[in-house]
Write a protein that binds this ligand. Structure first.
Ligand code: IPD
Ligand code: CA
Ligand code: CA
Length: 261
């Protein structure tokens, strides 16, 4: 399949998904509980995922799918071969329900277990991030690069791993140390957006103690292609076969000491 056509098709699908989010109304009556603490799904998450599975399936019929609203969160051996779409229809569902911004659509495409293409779309500000492995990261068609500022001059984004309350102490201990080491902390409510913030240079570091693959598959490639360094919280290379902790440092931050102490 032609790379350009594939990327354009994925971008179009993300924009259409964004329209479904923008046109959503009466969201409070479309909310359903999921397993775990404060974990919800709306009819819109399901609608967007169904739409993306259908559109992207047409685009690349040989690809496998892993989507948040589907159940499984780990790739099987079989999933690791060839193309696999890894999708979070709405990243920032709680934001979406509460009317807090942003929420984004995240479409990652892995090839043999490695990120190959990634699209993250924030429909509220019409910001479309895209990346193809080895070809740089873009925001609305313009090349982006992460910040060159050191950690001491950078904002730090973090996620609370809200569906895993047992991670709270570890998370807030990390917050305390990074508050000392950086300028200040920010919590947006969407991990894909956090990673794109480091990619576009508005923040210098992002961490979360546990994310699903669909949360970071697309945005991690955007960040990497923008010059960021991605690992898990132990500093090991980030894996793309199931849930993981995630640490993302801008090019500038990665030049100094930034791993958790
Ligand atoms: C969540 C968001 C949040 C992060 C959670 C994710 P969801 O995804 O990315 O920022 O802290 O760990 O699960 O549930 O809104 O798709
Ligand atoms: Ca998510
Ligand atoms: Ca989601």
């Amino acid at each position: 399949m032609d790379k350009k056509k594939l990327l354009a098709g994925m971008e179009e699908a993300a924009r259409a998904a964004g329209r479904i989010m923008l046109e959503a109304n009466d969201i409070e009556h479309a909310v359903h509980d999921k397993e775990g603490h404060g974990n919800f799904v709306t009819d819109y998450d399901r609608r967007v995922q169904e739409y993306l599975f259908e559109e992207l399936g047409r685009l690349l019929p040989q690809a496998r799918f892993i989507g948040e609203e589907e159940g499984a969160d780990v790739f099987t051996e079989e999933d690791r071969k060839g193309y696999a779409f890894c999708i979070d229809p709405i990243d920032g569902t709680t934001n979406f329900i509460m009317g807090y911004r942003p929420s984004v659509t995240s479409i990652g495409l892995l090839l043999d277990d490695k990120p190959y293409m990634g699209i993250v779309y924030n429909p509220y500000d019409d910001m479309l991030f895209s990346a193809v492995r080895g070809e740089g990261a873009y925001l609305n068609g313009k090349r982006i690069r992460s910040s060159e500022a050191p950690l001491s001059r950078s904002l730090i984004m973090f996620g609370t791993a809200p569906y895993n309350p047992e991670k709270a102490e570890e998370t807030f201990a990390l917050c305390a140390q990074y508050l000392r080491r950086g300028v200040d902390l920010r919590r947006s409510g969407t991990a894909a957006w956090d990673l794109c913030s480091v990619a576009m240079g508005t923040a210098g570091l992002f961490f979360e103690t546990r994310l699903g693959l669909w949360d970071y598959a697309a945005a991690a490639l955007v960040a990497e292609e923008a010059g960021c360094v991605l690992t898990d919280l132990e500093g090991k290379p980030l894996r793309y076969d199931g849930p993981s902790s995630v640490l993302c440092a801008s090019g500038g931050v990665a030049k100094g000491d930034y791993l958790p102490e």
